[in-house]
Design a protein around this ligand. Structure first.
Ligand code: GAL
Length: 401
């Protein structure tokens, strides 16, 4: 099937490998497909299900090893750097220069979109992971206000439990556990996040504060339902939108699911920053990376230009739940959560409070990320107590470096 799609791809087509298979993600992808179709660029779809993209990255490795790279690939952060270092990516300088990307793409994104000064990827969005999505009436039923710190969050979770719903909608998959971990670590301080998740300081990784982070993870674990293991993230979003769960701690792709179900921010659901992380942002950006292929270079350039078009960036991100990857796009078409996301991103950027998401490949290379995943998940599933988890984290990170 893979061979079929690539062998039938024409010069004016793009074969796109991605993991946008949930309802909200597919709706956003359609915005892109339709935009390209209007320009006469055909689309060969290569979806690989699995939130966070681990499955997609495994499929990509197999394709490249077989000498059959797709023309365009959805990719995150350090994965882009890894592939660039292998020398197998195309060069987008021509279109980037002609369209002035240098001036409009935030520095934090350019770090990943450029390799040795050359553009190798077109960023389509900026997501962030330190969000909480709450069912508005489930929150109202608690009689409590939107939580602003850890203690208030726990109080809301307790009250939801008393009200007979699952307080925390969650799917037990390593990347989802790690997404919670992004927020929990950040809630213990910007410096703590930076020192541990970016600088990989061993003392901090194994220190008292990390023990506290794991204790918080265990507390969160106590609010998930018995069937959480292996559940896809979008099913956890569905639990929140139909009120069987009170909240989900997840990146803003969750909003794509709520919107797709016709839910309205502020009326049906509430978006807040994970309590204790207000003003800071852990971001990830989906970028389209173009491989150095024999055929289809023109289509690649056209796709890159289409992805970076400001009108498209607004239309796409309104549906996806993310915010534009360029600084010059109006927020007029975005809902209240999207407008907050755009303002938070700009503020965090100018206040030195913008950090790459560990869980979504923007703080450390994949090898280290996977080592952190293993420990976080083992602890979340009760294999380690908090103290052991902190020491295992040091061991895991040390051996992955
Ligand atoms: C993230 C990606 C998002 C969304 C999410 C769940 O890594 O950046 O676009 O797709 O995974 O699949």
């Amino acid at each position: 099937m893979l061979a079929l799609s690539s062998s039938t791809a024409l010069a004016d087509d793009v074969e796109v490998l991605h993991w946008w298979t949930s309802g909200g993600e597919a709706a956003a992808l359609n915005v892109l497909k339709e935009d390209l179709a209007e320009q006469g660029i055909g689309w060969f779809d290569m979806p690989v299900a699995g939130g966070g993209g681990e499955g997609a990255m495994t499929a990509l490795r197999a394709r490249v090893t077989a000498g059959n790279a797709p023309t365009a690939v959805q990719m995150l952060g350090f994965d882009i750097i890894d592939w660039a270092n292998e020398g197998v990516l195309g060069n987008l300088d021509e279109v980037a220069m002609a369209e002035g990307w240098d001036a409009v793409v935030p520095e934090a994104l350019q770090f990943f979109s450029k390799h040795e000064g050359h553009w190798i990827a077109a960023p389509v969005n900026v997501h962030s992971t330190n969000w909480v999505w709450m069912n508005k009436s489930a929150l109202a039923d608690t009689g409590l206000a939107e939580p602003t710190n850890w203690e208030e969050l726990v109080a809301v979770l307790d009250a939801m439990k008393e009200n007979g719903i699952t307080p925390l909608g969650h799917g037990g998959q390593a990347w989802q556990d790690a997404t919670l971990f992004d927020s929990v670590v950040l809630s213990l301080g910007d410096d703590f996040y930076k020192t541990t998740m970016i600088d990989l300081n061993m003392d901090a990784l194994g220190g008292e504060k990390m023990v506290q982070a794991f204790e918080r993870m265990a507390t969160l674990r106590s609010y998930v339902d018995d069937n959480f293991s292996g559940r896809d993230w979008n099913l956890a979003s569905t639990m929140v939108l139909n009120g069987t769960a009170g909240m989900q701690i997840m990146g803003d792709w969750a909003k794509g699911e709520f919107l797709r179900a016709g839910k309205v921010p502020g009326e049906d659901f509430v978006c807040i920053r994970f309590p204790g992380t207000q003003g800071a942002v852990t971001f990830n950006s989906d970028q389209f990376v173009m491989f150095d292929v024999d055929h289809g270079k023109d289509a690649q350039k056209a796709m890159a230009a289409a992805v970076m078009n400001p009108v498209f960036q607004s239309a796409f991100n309104v549906v996806k739940g993310s915010v534009p990857a360029r600084t010059d796009v109006s927020n007029a078409d975005f809902d209240a959560c999207g407008q907050k996301g755009m303002a938070d991103l700009a503020d965090a950027g100018s206040n030195g409070r913008l950090f790459g998401s560990m869980a979504h490949g923007h703080s450390v290379p994949a090898s280290v990320k996977n080592a952190i995943y293993d420990v976080v998940t083992a602890h979340f599933n009760g294999e380690y107590d908090a103290q052991t988890a902190a020491s295992e984290l040091v061991n895991a990170v040390e051996s992955a470096m």
